[in-house]
Design a protein around this ligand. Structure first.
Ligand code: KIV
Length: 292
């Protein structure tokens, strides 16, 4: 059965950790589905992991919708959240609602996620009032990393930790069903999480959150760009993929692939008839005139 919002809230109440992972296409969605995770995020991290932009900023709504729709086709059970990309929701409540609606209608997402507190709290409220569940995202917000001084942990002074707490509470207040805490000192997380009623999903926010999220390519070792300290690697899939493609290349070059079991047969009489008629193909000109 598909995971629902009440089930996620119940997991928090029972203290059952919530598992979230990103996915960007049909195969990664199927892996998430068969790994029994609770939530899948079509993150704008796709900008870097699959589209090779230098940050999450350039990815467009159309690009993310195409990826999210592919994820939808691979998912049945986990709750699916799609990221609203940079520039697609900040300008006005109308813009935020229109973009969120596209992710629901065109990609089949269950909810959207947006980054930041402050003025973004109003955007979250507007989307929720339009009937779309919203997940907030505070701490390190990669879309505005330049304004934050780079890809750095947030909330490391009392003042900045209070900013994080204030944003989190404001997003909860307007009805966000859950929040992501990214790159926040573990001790700050403990103190904020115990004041929150909605499930808090952490990434680099320590063990006190109600769940964890990791980027698919980081955890499986598919992406070998710079990864943050919280990106624990559980597999080395890129090495396995290189080994597979290299073995294929070696077999083709050595004449070992394809083998008989990879080829199709033809009835010997048909083959004989074909061979007999081959001279009809003496020239390209005759081939063009041939009565198929
Ligand atoms: O885009 C993303 O993958 C994210 C996670 C890091 C939470 O926002």
């Amino acid at each position: 059965m598909p995971v629902t919002l009440p089930q996620l809230a119940e997991k928090k109440r029972l203290g059952e950790p919530i598992v979230m992972v990103t996915a960007y296409d049909y195969p990664s969605a199927q892996v998430a589905e068969e790994s029994s995770v609770d939530m899948v995020l079509v993150g704008d991290s796709a900008a870097m992991t699959v589209l090779r932009y230098s940050s999450t900023v350039p990815v467009s709504v159309d690009e993310l919708i195409m990826l999210a729709a592919a994820v939808r086709r691979g998912l049945r059970t986990p709750f699916m959240v799609a990221d609203l990309p940079f520039g697609s929701y900040e300008a006005s409540n109308g813009q935020a609602i229109a973009t969120a609606q596209r992710f629901i209608k065109e990609a089949g997402a269950d909810a959207v996620k947006l980054e930041g507190g402050g003025a973004m709290v109003e955007r979250a409220r507007a989307i929720i009032r339009a009937g779309i569940p919203v997940q907030g995202h505070v701490g390190l917000t990669p879309q505005t990393a330049i304004a934050l001084g780079g890809y750095k942990a947030q909330g490391r002074t009392a003042h900045r930790a209070l900013d994080v707490a204030r944003d989190a509470l404001a997003l909860q207040e307007v009805g966000c069903f859950s929040l992501v805490f990214e790159a926040i000192p573990a001790a700050v997380s403990v103190l904020v999480v115990e004041r929150m009623e909605v499930p808090i999903i952490g990434i680099g926010a320590g063990p006190a959150t109600d769940g964890q999220v990791l980027v698919f390519h980081d955890l499986l070792g598919i992406y070998d760009g710079l990864s943050p300290r919280f990106a624990k690697r559980y597999a080395n899939v890129k090495q396995d993929m290189i080994a597979g493609v290299s073995a294929y290349a070696n077999e083709v070059r050595a004449g070992r692939f394809p083998a008989p079991e990879h080829t199709y047969s033809i009835d010997p009489e048909e083959l004989e008839s074909f061979t007999a008629r081959l001279p009809e193909f003496a020239s390209a000109e005759r081939l063009a005139r041939f009565d198929w």
